[in-house]
Ligand binder design. Sequence first.
Ligand code: NAG
Length: 261
Amino acid sequence: MAWSFSSLFLFSFFVFSLVEGKHVLEDGYEVTTVVDGHKSGLNPHTVHALPGSSNMIVLDSSGSTFYTTSFPMSVDSVINRFAGDGSIGYLDGKAGNSRFSKPRGFAVDAKGNVYVADKNNKVIRKISSSGYVTTIAGGISNEFGHRDGPAQNATFSSDFDISFVPQRCCLLVSDHGNEMIRQINLKEEDCLQSSHSNLGTYSLWSIGIALSCFLGVAIGFASRPYIIRHTGRSEPPLVHRDMEASPNQIGGTSSDLLLLH
Ligand SMILES: *[C@@H]1O[C@H](CO)[C@@H](O)[C@H](O)[C@H]1NC(C)=O
């Protein structure tokens, strides 16, 4: 009964979507060509902006090469080779001499490091913001699979991509072949933006101020008894005289006297 009801529901939903299926065309957008691969000799497969700069990184998958260009982009924009020497392979080291095997996707962290889903090489590579290529996962295992654990021993399917999650400082691997999402936590320093270090300086400055305030109060407290004792000894009637000068204080003393009685 329940089954026939749900299939009836699904069927009517199907018919409904066939009948009611329509396209909603929202106006107000425009397309411009800003990089023409025929002119600049590259075939862009993936592009990501570098955080905190006007630069972006373009991956030419078929050429196994990464390029950089910057906003404002136009077909005359200067495009520089960033990593990959143009040959297919697996070579770490200086970005200009490094080799990749037709990677399809990559992610960029908050610091500008690039993480490459180099699936044909069965590894995840890192191009540091200073331009040095390393292997961060799969470097030891060198096989397909779905092993978790220490990243160099881990394995991935032959079809995966990666994205960066700034809030969690990690990479997420969408491991399509394994039908899994895998997580790789990054190092803390890879997620610190320049704005954060400014914040750090600011914090240090505030701590300095707070410390001097505290020291000032502490020194005040430490020297207070001495000062009172000192004035007390040299001029004992000072406090007494002030009390007598004020009528309220005289009242106070009389009530004290009353209390004494
Ligand atoms: C990782 O692989 C290396 C080399 O095969 C091995 O010596 C090591 O025990 C492995 N580590 C783990 C945690 O599997």
